[in-house]
Design a protein around this ligand. Structure first.
Ligand code: NAD
Length: 247
């Protein structure tokens, strides 16, 4: 771990544009289980595909019931050492943005400006109307849900859904474009806490690497791309990155 940390520090020191790219692993120390951990909310139920959400009121009610159950479990989660370290890099001007697959809002909570958090899978801490795009706060949805027993619809008649990307739902185009541009602009790409199996997670590290950037993978288990990386650190994210939190 110590060697990995020293080599990572040297790479960061020598880089001019660092791009952190994060997955569920950065949030496990905050109490939010990653995709694979058995018993986590993510594995307890089969995900509700987008088409089903749109087509069925029962699916929408179920999606919202699950979301409120998650709120009980993880609603109070706070940023961890990994989030705080990346916020320090961002504040120091080393990292222009953070690209994340996470939907938990913890990069913003750690101090990175919302416009500099590029969310590939959206954000679960607020909701949007699928038709007109109006924004809704979860507290409002919860109150309506409690009062009627059903997920509320928007005034325009559209369905209201958390601002996340479900299976079968289109990827957010602007976020994809920005992530690609950032991957091409960086000279150091840090893949942190992602199994790198979910598309498009798999695409960005290689894009950066092929464009001449150094690639670092920080993850406690091996990933598909370890062989392509300039530095692989198989260790706990919080322990490695704690050293990069500036006070
Ligand atoms: P993943 O679960 O596929 O991979 C996470 C990786 O992080 C695993 O390889 C695991 O070994 C590693 N890891 C976990 N804790 C770690 C730690 N403390 N130190 C080092 N490594 C650690 O996650 P993914 O690649 O992000 O893909 C899952 C998808 O599910 C994401 O795209 C995301 O949309 C969604 N998801 C989001 C959250 C969240 O917002 N916090 C949580 C779970 C899943």
């Amino acid at each position: 771990v110590e060697t990995g940390r020293r080599r990572l520090a040297a790479l960061i020191e020598g880089a001019s544009v660092v791009l952190p790219f994060t997955g569920a692993g950065i949030s496990t120390e905050c109490g939010i289980p990653d995709f694979r951990s058995p018993g986590g909310v993510w594995t307890r139920n089969a995900p509700i595909p987008f088409d089903e959400f749109v087509a069925s009121r029962r699916a929408r009610d179920e999606a919202w019931r699950r979301r409120f159950a998650m709120e009980e479990e993880f609603g109070a989660a706070q940023p961890g050492r990994g989030h705080r370290a990346l916020a320090s890099l961002w504040r120091a001007g080393k990292a222009p943005a953070v690209v994340t697959q996470n939907i938990d809002n913890l990069h913003q909570a750690s101090g990175v400006a919302a416009e500099d958090v590029v969310e590939l899978h959206g954000n679960t801490t607020y909701a949007l109307c699928l038709s007109c795009g109006a924004r809704y706060e979860l507290a409002w949805v919860k109150e309506r849900f409690g009062a009627t027993g059903h997920a509320p619809d928007c005034g325009c008649g559209g369905h209201i859904k958390t601002a996340t990307v479900s299976f079968g739902q289109a990827m957010p185009e602007e976020a994809m474009r920005r992530a690609e541009a950032l991957a091409l602009r960086c000279d150091l790409f840090l893949a942190i806490g992602s199994s790198l199996v979910v598309w498009p997670a798999a695409g960005f590290p290689l894009l950066a690497k092929r464009n001449g950037a150094r690639l670092v993978i920080l993850n406690r288990e091996p990933t598909e791309f370890d062989e392509a990386a300039d530095l692989v650190v198989h260790a706990d994210i919080g322990s490695v990155l704690a050293a990069f939190v500036s006070h």
